[in-house]
Design a protein around this ligand. Structure first.
Ligand code: EPU
Length: 424
C-alpha cells in the first residue's frame, strides 16, 4: 500500500494540463457494447476505474486496450452478458453495462452494487426505467437479472436526476423500438457528451443537457470515435490547490463553462479566476473569505467538489456552512481534517466550518476518492508533514495528482506504507 507524503507551505505556480474526465470515459467505454467494430476513444485518463472498465469489457468478450491516452476497443460480438460481483464490488460504475447489454442483447446479469463509503446509492431508478422500457427485472442471489425481447420506447419520469441512471437508460433506449422520453434527466456535461457520441454512432437523441431527453430508437449503431471532455472535477481540485496555497496556476484544456458554479464560489471566497485563450488562471488570496455552499445536481455546485472546497473553507477568515444534499454520508473527510486542526461541527447534512489560521500536518486516512483529494489539499498548506494513507482511492479518479502538484512546486511524494491500523 502506498501513502502520499506532503511537506506543506509552498505556493503553487506554473501550468497544468487537465486530463480527460473519468465520469465521461466510463459510460463512453460502456457504450462500445452497443456496436460491433473498432472504437477509438482519445483523451482517456489513465486511472484505476478506467482499467477496471476495460477489464469488465474483456470479460464480456469485447477487446479493450488502453495505451497513451487512447482506448482501442474491438467489439466483434459480446460472448457473455454478466458483470460479476468481483468487478462490481471494486467499481459501482460497472452498473453502466446494464443499459447497453439489455438494449442490444435483451439480457444482462449484473451484480447489484452494495452501499459505498459516501452513501447507500441505490439503483432503483435505473431498474424502474428499464422496466418501463419493457424489461423483466429480477434481483436474485445478489444479481440484477434483466431480460427482454426488444425494449420498447416509453416515458420515464425519474424521481431524481441520477447521472448514471440517465446514462444507463439512454444507452438502453437507443436501440429500442419507438421513442423514449426521460424526464427529470441529469444535465451533467458527462451525460451530454455520452448523448453526443451516441449520436455520432447513429443514435437519435434530442434534449441532452436539459431535463427532458428524447430518444428515437434505431436498429444499429456504428463504432465510436471521440475525445473525452476535460475532467471538471480534476480541474476544480487543482483550482482549489492554487487557491489554498495562495498560488498562481494556469489550467490548460478546461471547459470553464462546466465549472461555473465552482468559479462563482471561488470568486466569492476572494480567489482571482481569469479566463484567457491559454486557459484558466487561478490566483489564491492571502486568506479566503468564508462562503456557504450547497451541493446540487448540475449546473449547481458539484458534490464531487464538496470535500475539496471544505479544505479551503477550513482556512477561511470566518465561518461557512457546507450542506451536502446529494449523498447522505459524504463527510468522511471531516474527522481527518479535524486531526489536522480544522474546526468543523457536523449537524446532519451540514458542516459548520470555523476557519483557522493554520493547519498542522498529520497522518490521515483517505476514505473515498474526493475525500482523499481534500486531505491532499489540506496537506499542501499544513505546517509540517502530512501523510495521506490509502492512496488507492485517489488513483481511482485522478491521473497522478501528486505528479501534477509536484510540477507546480509542491513538496509531495509517494512512499510505501504499512497498512494503517484502523481503530483509533
Ligand atoms: N439515487 C437513487 N436511486 C437511483 C439512483 C440514484 O436514490 O436509482 C440517488 C443517489 O443515492 C444519490 C442521488 O440519487 O443520492 C444522485 O446520485 P447519482 O445517481 O446521480 O450518482 P451516480 O450516478 O451513482 C455519479 C458520479 C459520481 C457523482 C454523482 C453525483 C459517475 C460514474 N459517478 O454517480 O461521481 O458524485 O454522479 O454527481 O458518473 C466521483 O467521481 O467521485 C463520484 C462519486
Amino acid at each position: 500500500m502506498q501513502k502520499i507524503l506532503i511537506d506543506g507551505g509552498v505556493s503553487l505556480s506554473g501550468e497544468v494540463k487537465i486530463s480527460g474526465a473519468k465520469n465521461s470515459a466510463l459510460p463512453l467505454l460502456m457504450a462500445t457494447i452497443l456496436a460491433d467494430g473498432e472504437h477509438r476513444l482519445h483523451n482517456v485518463p489513465d486511472l484505476a476505474d478506467v482499467r477496471t472498465t476495460c477489464k469488465l469489457l474483456r470479460e464480456l468478450g469485447v477487446d479493450a486496450q488502453m495505451g497513451r491516452g487512447v482506448a482501442r476497443v474491438t467489439n466483434s460480438g459480446v460472448s457473455n452478458c454478466e458483470a460479476s460481483y468481483d468487478l462490481v464490488k471494486t467499481m459501482r460504475a460497472s452498473v453502466l453495462c446494464l443499459g447497453p447489454l439489455i438494449g442490444r442483447f435483451g439480457q444482462a446479469r449484473v451484480s447489484l452494487p452494495g452501499g459505498c463509503a459516501i452513501g447507500t446509492r441505490p439503483i432503483d431508478q435505473h431498474l424502474k426505467g428499464l422496466e418501463k422500457l419493457g424489461a423483466k427485472v429480477q434481483i436474485e442471489h445478489g444479481y440484477v437479472d434483466a431480460s427482454a425481447r426488444r425494449l420498447t420506447g416509453a416515458q420515464i419520469v425519474l424521481d431524481m436526476a441520477t447521472v448514471t441512471g440517465t446514462e444507463n437508460l439512454m444507452m438502453a433506449a437507443v436501440l429500442a423500438k419507438g421513442t423514449t422520453k426521460i424526464k427529470n434527466a441529469a444535465m451533467e456535461p458527462e451525460v451530454v457528451q455520452l448523448a453526443e457520441v451516441l449520436v455520432t454512432m447513429g443514435a437519435r437523441i434530442r434534449g441532452a443537457g436539459s431535463e427532458s431527453i428524447e430518444i428515437e430508437g434505431v436498429t444499429e449503431l456504428k463504432p465510436a470515435r471521440c475525445a473525452v471532455i476535460p475532467d471538471r472535477i480534476e480541474a476544480g481540485t487543482l483550482m482549489v490547490a492554487a487557491a489554498i496555497t495562495n498560488g498562481d496556476v494556469l489550467l490548460r484544456g478546461v471547459h470553464s463553462e462546466h465549472l461555473a458554479a465552482l468559479i462563482e464560489k471561488l470568486v466569492e471566497a476572494g480567489v482571482a479566476v481569469a479566463e484567457s485563450p491559454d486557459g484558466l488562471r487561478v490566483k489564491g488570496p492571502a486568506r479566503p473569505r468564508p462562503v456557504d455552499v450547497t451541493t446540487k445536481p448540475y449546473p449547481g455546485f458539484a458534490t464531487d467538489m464538496q470535500a475539496q472546497f471544505m479544505a479551503l473553507m477550513v482556512l477561511a477568515r470566518g465561518t461557512s456552512v457546507i450542506s451536502e444534499h446529494i449523498f447522505e454520508n459524504r463527510f468522511m473527510h471531516v474527522q481527518e481534517l479535524k486531526r489536522m486542526g480544522a474546526r468543523i461541527q457536523l449537524k446532519g447534512s451540514q458542516a459548520i466550518v470555523r476557519g483557522v489560521k493554520q493547519l498542522t500536518g498529520a497522518q490521515v486516512m483517505a476514505t473515498d476518492l474526493r475525500a482523499s483529494a481534500s486531505l491532499v489539499l489540506a496537506g499542501l498548506v499544513a505546517r509540517g508533514r502530512t501523510a495521506v494513507h490509502r492512496v488507492y482511492h485517489l488513483d481511482r479518479g485522478y491521473q497522478r495528482l501528486d505528479k501534477k502538484l509536484r510540477r507546480l512546486g509542491a513538496r509531495i511524494r509517494r512512499s510505501r506504507a504499512r497498512p494503517p491500523v484502523t481503530i483509533r
